[in-house]
Design a protein around this ligand. Structure first.
Ligand code: SF4
Length: 334
């Protein structure tokens, strides 16, 4: 199975691979900076969502040194809307480590890559394989799905993760493991999809245990999820003379380091009025945030006051961009 699977998959990939802006064309040398950046952005995020951010980042900061020299606030604002903001904070920290301690060159092996901020087991393997041609076992959610079907793995995720890793190891080739990893991801994205795998087009079909049994739909088996806890919060839209009061959130914690509307404690004594609420789902909980709005007759000189007409340029994370849209509606209706 192992050699057959990798040969079949690599032959298919040579013809049918996706064109992605971070991928090297045949004959080109992969750029570790672009591969690292794309892998961080792609964590829990779709290719379609990542593309415009990748283009923006690489045209503005074309090298890891350029990114390392940027202001934190510029990078956080450029990341706004992509979500999972701890990634952006780690991105900055990692770029500075690579620029400052590694002479601007990413380490070329998994063990050293994993010492860098924001680079875990999957990302280290992906960079080592794709950027440096190392043999590495690269397992993301797409690969887990393909392998669970290929071998008809009945144990449920997340407990089955190590088993799926070990099985992926058995089919990872000695050479071209970067192409193999990308081929598995493409297969999972285009053919071995979650709901309706297109087995008739799959290069692994003759080897696939789930296909032989007609049980593709049950894999990967997943343990029942506990419902996400719900939380409630309050945000404040305080405006004065065409400006709205913003805060920079503490570096650590939810949406850390991002500009946002004030939350929890009112930023001033004022006649606060309800302006509805916004629901938002984070990784570990679901949040309903009420919005209270008011006009202030003065500005506190130490606060961040942002022009409301240019609120779209503040780089607010999605939750606060939606709340700000409500604040603007309140303002127009007032
Ligand atoms: S044959 Fe079907 S289920 Fe099996 S790996 Fe291919 S697409 Fe997935």
């Amino acid at each position: 199975m192992s050699v057959d699977a990798s040969i079949a998959l690599l032959s298919w990939y040579a013809v049918d691979k996706r064109q992605l802006p971070w991928r090297a064309e045949p004959g080109e040398t992969p750029d570790p900076y672009r591969i690292w950046l794309s892998e961080i952005m792609l964590q829990q995020t779709t290719v379609a969502a990542v593309r415009p951010y990748f283009d923006k980042f690489t045209s503005r900061w074309p090298s890891v040194e350029a990114l390392a020299a940027a202001e934190d606030s510029e990078i956080m604002a450029a990341w706004a809307g992509l979500g999972y903001y701890a990634r952006a904070r780690n991105l900055v920290a990692c770029a500075r480590r690579v620029a400052g301690e590694h002479g601007g060159r990413f380490p070329d092996n998994e063990a050293e890559l994993r010492k860098l901020p924001g680079i875990g087991r999957y990302t280290a393997a992906a960079i080592a394989a794709i950027a440096f041609g190392r043999r590495a076992v690269v397992v993301d959610a797409n690969v887990e799905r393909v392998v669970s079907r290929l071998f008809a793995v009945d144990a449920p995720l997340p407990g089955a993760r190590e088993r799926l890793y070990a099985l992926t190891e058995t089919i990872t080739p000695e050479t071209q493991s970067g192409d193999f990893a990308q081929a598995m991801m493409d297969l999972g994205s285009a053919i071995c999809t979650p709901r309706a795998p297109d087995c008739g087009r799959c290069p692994l079909a003759p080897l696939c245990a789930a296909r032989a049994a007609g049980t593709q739909a049950i894999y990967p088996v997943k343990a029942a999820k506990a419902p996400k806890p719900r939380r409630d919060g309050v945000a404040y839209w305080l405006e004065h003379d065409g400006h709205v009061r913003l805060v920079r959130r503490p570096a650590k914690g939810l949406l850390g380091g991002m500009l946002a509307l004030p939350t929890d404690d009112a930023p001033a004594e004022a006649a606060w009025r309800e302006a509805g609420s916004v629901d938002h789902v984070f990784t570990h909980f679901a949040l309903t945030m009420r919005l209270l709005c008011a006009e202030s007759d003065r500005r506190d000189p130490d606060g961040i006051w942002w022009p409301i007409a240019r609120i779209g340029e503040a780089g607010l994370p999605t939750l606060f961009a939606r709340l700000a849209a409500r604040g603007s509606e309140w303002r127009n209706a007032a």
